[in-house]
Design a protein around this ligand. Structure first.
Ligand SMILES: [Zn+2]
Length: 187
């Protein structure tokens, strides 16, 4: 079974390998309330609140993000949750463009580096720029993984693994709910 970024509570005692695990999470998912992006001010908006580029987003507390994000976005972006595999909008999405952070609008990934990993989550072999994300060791759930975080707002995005395709060999396993695709001819 291929290693994935699916966070689940599990009993690893009887397991022979960390790569073997069975997950069972039942979550009710509502339709995503995607923000709209404005290119000029790079502001994003949804039905709740405006987020501007000038804000120091890493200083914002949870009460702020609860106002900005939908419950589904908050659960993954701020609480490190994981959407169920094959449930996200962008798993099989192939349109060209850029993928922005749903929380702050930062450019994170290009469609040019998206590939079908078969894991059930949108997967990329590279980030759109080296400073787009921050990486952090994650030892939760008995696994040793590398968490991928939005460098601008600190949102949890997913995990990165070393079993991706050339040229990087990386597999950025990202939750759809953390992303907002945008058509961009420049990309
Ligand atoms: Zn962000």
């Amino acid at each position: 079974m291929r290693e994935s970024g699916y966070d689940v509570k599990m009993n690893l005692i009887s397991m022979k390998s960390q790569r073997l695990f069975i997950s069972a999470v039942v979550i009710m998912w509502a339709a995503a309330d995607w923000p709209a992006f404005s290119e000029e001010g790079l502001t994003i908006s949804n039905t709740k609140k405006q987020v501007s580029r000038q804000d120091d987003l890493k200083q914002k507390d949870n009460s702020y993000w609860k106002k900005v994000l939908t419950p589904e976005q908050y659960k993954v972006c701020r609480q490190g949750g994981t959407e169920p595999p094959f449930s996200g909008t962008y798993v099989h999405f192939k349109e060209p463009g850029v993928y922005r952070c749903v929380a702050c609008g930062a450019r994170l990934f290009s469609s040019k580096t998206k590939f079908d990993s078969g894991t059930g989550w949108p997967s990329f072999y590279d980030v759109i720029s080296s400073d787009a994300v921050e990486l952090k060791s994650d030892y939760s759930f008995g696994m040793s993984r590398t968490e991928v975080i939005c460098a601008r707002c600190g949102a949890h995005l997913g995990h990165v693994f070393n079993d991706g395709p050339a040229p990087t060999g990386k597999r950025y396993c990202i939750n759809s709910v953390c992303l907002k695709h945008e058509k961009d001819s420049a990309e």
